[in-house]
Design a protein around this ligand. Structure first.
Ligand SMILES: Cc1ncc(COP(=O)(O)O)c(C=O)c1O
Length: 402
């Protein structure tokens, strides 16, 4: 009997788990670790959402199996969100499916539409499900860049010209995890035209739809007229309402893709716990001030982090969106590589970050810093980083740390 399982063999060791293991060990031994590693929001959901969860959980008939594709009220709430936020008309019956987080949604869609050997275009570096959801489903990945410029479109053209079989799916993720890059509607217009011409499905991950900082709301690919012919988009309550552990997300768009995904899900799951779905309706339909409040809070954290780390001798580009900074290693320590640098930061500065190489080979040379601790802790992290950099002989400048 073989224990060389085909799919398991295709999953490499999870690099980020190494740093996570070290972080857990350091904490267990009593160290105060400032955790900027995982994108796990440190904020609570709105109180009225928790109240709704409790209220519905008290109902005796709320504890059975729920609906795999999501209760109708929640699908309607999501369609309404697309209407008011993006001006996009969505049919809640045929163009929305509720997922157990967008991560599950991406994996279920990959299972539904990928045949072994299909070629999928996915960004590198990327959030792991953008590649491994498809690798688990048997696909081959062809990497494309994350930076949404001319070179990006050239790489798509090359992929179509030189890959056999021709790629059938393209994954995009803006605001990007891990690189925090953002796009405008013109980018999506060009992308949709390209996808139609090349007969490629587009899967757009919009998990950070509400975390934008420079006044320009993040667009949805579905704002492009006709995008629904080729695209489906994933959103999530995880970051928008700080509900990561609740596991509620959505796929919205092309009715054929939504139907395929719903079909697979109907075999795999019974949908999220009904009280959670009811509370998710409260989040989408209720007061939205928390969304703006959290956006401002992450914005402020971004400014504090960029300024304090800069004063500590580590220049970090200011992210326009998302809850991450994508930071090149300080040049004097670039030779360490992102994994060793992350380990040293943890051991010597008590700051956890995610090594860029964990997001793909093109992530080497960077670390991802999640803004999931408060401003005071971010300043403390910068002071610790400064001491570490000085101990490594890095010139941190004459200025005092923030
Ligand atoms: C780009 C991106 N997509 C999807 C997810 C998963 O989100 P969810 O909690 O909705 O599964 C994350 C989580 O960090 C993410 O960064």
């Amino acid at each position: 009997m073989s224990d060389e399982f085909y799919r398991i063999k295709r999953l490499p060791p999870y690099v980020i788990a190494e740093v996570n293991g070290m972080r857990a060990a350091a904490r267990a031994s009593g160290e105060d670790i400032i955790d900027l590693g995982m994108g796990n929001p440190d904020l609570p959901p709105p109180p009225h959402v928790i109240d709704k969860l409790v209220e519905v959980a008290k109902k005796p008939d709320a504890h059975g199996y729920s609906q795999s594709k999501g209760i109708p009220g929640l699908r309607r709430a999501q369609a309404n969100y697309y209407g008011r936020r993006f001006g996009v008309d969505i049919d809640p019956e045929t163009e929305v499916v509720v997922t157990m987080g967008s991560k599950e949604g991406l994996a279920s869609l990959a299972t539904a539409i990928t045949a072994p050997g299909d070629v999928v275009l996915a960004p590198n570096p990327s959030y792991p499900i953008h590649t491994f959801g498809f690798i688990i489903a048997g696909a081959t990945i062809r990497a494309v860049p994350t930076t949404p410029d001319e070179a990006y479109f050239e790489s798509l053209e090359r992929a179509m010209a030189f890959t056999v079989p021709r790629p059938s799916i393209l994954v995009v993720n803006y605001p990007s995890n891990p690189t925090a890059e953002a796009v405008d509607l013109a980018f999506y217009e060009r992308l949709v035209a390209w996808a139609k011409e090349n007969e490629v499905w587009i899967l757009s991950d919009l998990a950070y739809s509400e975390l934008y900082f420079d006044g320009k709301p993040t667009p949805s690919i579905l704002q492009v007229p006709g995008a629904k012919d080729v695209a489906v988009e994933f959103t999530s309550l995880s970051k928008t309402y700080s509900m990561a552990g609740w596991r509620i997300g959505f796929a919205v768009g092309n009715a054929k893709l939504i139907a395929a995904m719903s079909r697979v899900k109907s075999y795999l799951d019974y949908g999220a716990f009904t009280p959670i779905q009811a509370a998710a309706c409260a989040a989408l339909n209720g007061p939205q001030d928390i969304v703006e409040t959290n956006r401002l809070l992450y914005h402020k954290r971004r400014d504090v982090m960029v300024e304090a780390f800069g004063r500590a001798g580590w220049d970090i580009p200011s992210p326009p969106a998302s809850m991450f900074a994508w930071a090149p290693l300080p040049p004097a320590l670039a030779h360490l590589g992102s994994l060793e640098f992350s380990k040293q930061l943890l051991t010597h500065a008590h700051v956890a970050v995610a090594p860029g190489v964990g997001y793909g080979e093109n992530g080497e040379g960077f670390v991802r810093i999640a803004m999931v601790e408060n401003e005071q802790r971010l300043r403390q992290a910068a002071r610790n980083v400064k001491r570490y950099l000085q101990s490594m002989g890095v010139n941190t400048g004459a200025k005092a740390s923030g």
